[in-house]
Design a binder for this molecule. Structure first.
Ligand code: SF4
Ligand code: SF4
Length: 378
């Protein structure tokens, strides 16, 4: 078998199925990454969503028998929404991060990886391949970095010269000895923009993220959002793009190469108020196909309430009172109480006083007290 020729055929084929960049890496253990992950774990900087077993994350041979190469792929996603509706007083809107626009990228990338696997198996019938996107054991970014897809930016994203950091990553481990590519030189230079603008100080150093402080992670949690982050979340319903949008390497990068990734503005930038009373079925119908829905509707609703508080949206007061009085979920009732205090006004005050007498859940009661404290501070 002429492996170099196969590699070239794989590259050529990948272009025909909508893979925007492809690279090849050796399957050696990611030793440097291992030390970094251990440090992250010791510092409590991990999100908790990642594979728990660090050994599996850094050593391809523990999850694949005799790996010979890893193919890394990248698909560029849009950074600008056409016809984005405006968020205005009385009709406020939230925002899903760019990586959650259009069809769930896990589905899109899996489609491309499946096609690639099929192609490889036609050429080499005894090829063994194992693909993963995001939820697999390996760290997509580490593989992409080694495969020369891009460099690892100080904002922890992989930055490609062609598409900036607006790329989805996936990989395939194979038993084929495909020649590895060279990693790319780091090109952040003296820039520190992402570290400077991160609203929560989650980028604790160049390329070092404390996920517990990162809004992208915090928007996905299901409990009460810790107080210190409630004013920082803005109108974000899911994810955070700030350290990418400020990156000079992303300037002018806006690619619309995949129909599936085009955002529906009513989904990617939805009205906030209707989210408060959306049923499970409606939520699934409207948002079920996007990656930002993977944790269900509760975190999105909690974030929508915080976004209404951020806007001090008076038009939402009655709906928030309704939620505080009758929603079954303490996190939602309590967040609504806090938001009512933040927005203010007589109706909100009276409703909080009344709720304080009636509410039994201690966590919700604590939020009601916090809500009332906003009035005392005035
Ligand atoms: Fe900071 Fe947002 Fe980037 Fe997280 S995603 S590091 S919160 S700017
Ligand atoms: Fe690198 Fe600057 Fe982009 Fe941060 S903002 S990733 S430092 S180029």
């Amino acid at each position: 078998m002429d492996w170099q020729q196969l590699k070239e055929e794989i590259i050529a084929y990948s272009r025909t199925i909508g893979i925007d960049k492809i690279g090849f890496a050796a399957p050696d253990p990611f030793t440097e990454m291992k030390n970094r992950l251990i440090r992250q774990q010791e510092l409590g900087y991990q999100s908790g969503f990642e594979e728990k077993d660090i050994e599996k994350r850094v050593d391809p041979s523990l999850i694949f028998e005799e790996p010979r190469s890893i193919i890394s792929i990248a698909l560029a996603y849009p950074s600008k929404m056409k016809n984005a509706p405006r968020s205005k007083r009385g009709d406020r809107r939230g925002i899903f991060c760019r990586a959650s626009w259009g069809t769930d990228y896990h589905v899109v990338l899996k489609d491309r990886l499946d096609k690639l696997e099929q192609f490889i198996k036609e050429k080499v019938p005894d090829a063994v391949c194992r693909s993963m996107v995001d939820t697999g054991e390996l760290v997509d970014r580490a593989v992409a970095e080694r495969a020369g897809i891009g460099w690892s930016g100080k904002n922890c994203s992989i930055i490609t010269p062609e598409f900036g950091s607006y790329v989805y990553l996936g990989e395939m481990i194979t038993n084929l000895p495909l020649e590895p590519d060279e990693p790319m030189e780091e090109q952040c230079g003296e820039c520190t923009k992402c570290l400077d603008v991160c609203p929560t100080g989650a980028l604790v150093g160049p390329g070092q993220l404390n996920a517990q402080r990162c809004i992208a992670f915090l928007t996905q949690t299901k409990g009460f959002l810790p107080d210190e982050f409630r004013d920082k979340i803005g109108n974000r319903l899911y994810g955070c793009d700030t350290c990418q949008t400020v990156c000079p390497k992303n300037k002018g990068k806006d690619f619309h190469l995949h129909e599936e990734m085009e955002p529906d503005p009513e989904i990617a930038k939805p009205r906030l108020l209707p989210l408060l009373s959306i049923s499970n079925r409606e939520f699934k119908e409207k948002f079920g196909h996007i990656s930002g829905a993977w944790r269900g509707k509760k975190p999105i609703q909690r974030n929508a309430i915080l976004a209404l508080a951020h806007y001090k949206e008076e038009a939402a007061v009655w709906e928030l009172i309704n939620v505080m009085r009758s929603d079954e979920r303490p996190v939602i009732r309590g967040t609504a109480a806090w938001a009512l205090g933040k927005i203010g006004g007589n109706e909100a005050y009276e409703a909080l006083l009344e709720a304080k007498e009636r509410e039994k859940d201690p966590d919700v009661l604590a939020e009601i007290v916090k809500g009332l404290a906003f009035f005392e501070a005035e």
